[in-house]
Design a protein around this ligand. Structure first.
Ligand SMILES: [Fe+2]
Ligand SMILES: [Fe+2]
Length: 156
C-alpha cells in the first residue's frame, strides 16, 4: 500500500539519491568501456588521452551536480532529522564531497600535463581506479545511512 497508510512508503529522498547513485555507476561503466579500447599504456595516444579527459570531465561535472543536490536537497539533513544518531556519519560523508572533487581535479590535472602518452595513460587509469573505489565506498555508505534513517529496503 505505497503512500496510503505510510506502510512501506518509498521515501522520495531515498529514491532520488539511490537512482542518482545508479546513474553515476552507469556513467562509470561507460567511461571504462571507452578506456578499455586502449589495451594498455603502450597503445595510448594523445587523442585517446584527450578523449578520456573530456569524458572524465563530463563525469566530474555530473558528480559535482549530484553532490550539490545531496547538499541542497538535504537528503542527509533529512536523514539526521529522522535519526539524530546519524549526524556524525552524515557530516563525514558531506565532507567527503570536497575530497572526491579535489581527487577528480587532480586526476584531470595530471592527465593534461605534458609528458609521454604511455606514462600519462598509466597514471590516468591508476588515478581513476582509486577515485572510483573512493566514490563507490562513499555512495555505498550513503545508501546505508539513508536506509538506516528511513528504515527502508532500497534494493541496493
Ligand atoms: Fe554524497
Ligand atoms: Fe551520493
Amino acid at each position: 500500500m505505497n503512500g496510503t497508510y505510510g506502510i512501506h512508503t518509498v521515501n522520495p529522498f531515498c529514491v532520488r539519491a539511490v537512482a542518482e547513485h545508479r546513474m553515476l555507476h552507469g556513467a562509470f561503466v561507460e567511461v571504462r568501456k571507452m578506456l578499455d579500447v586502449v589495451k594498455g599504456p603502450s597503445e595510448a595516444t594523445q587523442p585517446a588521452i584527450n578523449a578520456a579527459v573530456a569524458r572524465i570531465g563530463i563525469l566530474r561535472e555530473a558528480i559535482a551536480e549530484h553532490f550539490r543536490r545531496e547538499e541542497e536537497g538535504g537528503y542527509l539533513e533529512e536523514a539526521v532529522g529522522r535519526n539524530p544518531a546519524l549526524a556524525v556519519a552524515a557530516d563525514g560523508l558531506q565532507q567527503e564531497h570536497a575530497k572526491l572533487l579535489a581527487m577528480a581535479d587532480e586526476l584531470l590535472d595530471h592527465a593534461t600535463r605534458e609528458g609521454p602518452a604511455a606514462e600519462t595513460w598509466k597514471r590516468l587509469v591508476d588515478d581513476l581506479d582509486r577515485f572510483e573505489k573512493f566514490l563507490k565506498r562513499h555512495e555505498g555508505a550513503e545508501d546505508a545511512l539513508l536506509q538506516q534513517a528511513f528504515n527502508e529496503d532500497l534494493g541496493t
